[in-house]
Design a protein. Sequence first.
Length: 167
Amino acid sequence: MSLNAPHQRALHLGAPGTGLNSVGWLATFMGCNFAVQRVMHTTIGGFDETFRGGDDDIDVAFRGQPAGFRLGYVPDAEVYRLRDTRRAAARQHAHYGRTRPHLYRTFRASGMPRRSWRHTARCYAVAALHLPEVVRSARRAEWIIQAPFMIGMARGSLHAHIVHLSE
């Protein structure tokens, strides 16, 4: 039995149950659905509380792997109830976007790459060109979270004093 209905899953890209992902250059997981052994938690110094609103899970994964820990995936584990309204999902993804520049600033010296200006310009141009789809498209849910994520990255870049505008 799933905690999340299909309409909730439709509001979230990378929702629980999608496996390991890559943000930057190392594998990561969706943090609302993970566990770590105490030895890893102790070795890496626990959670970095400067990540407010998101990416604290990715920070754990990025610090754990170079310390010699491996990530695993259990497809049946589901411990997190997803947001169930478009507004709540959009707000959550705006927070995720806002913390991504901080993640980049933290890990760029370790090898986390930044997308080129050409790629970034293309991402924002595609988003602008497809804006009419938000009104009448079956892809509405994707845009309702993608646009706030991108806006969040722009806001986070200003806050973190670093330019990191696209994935």
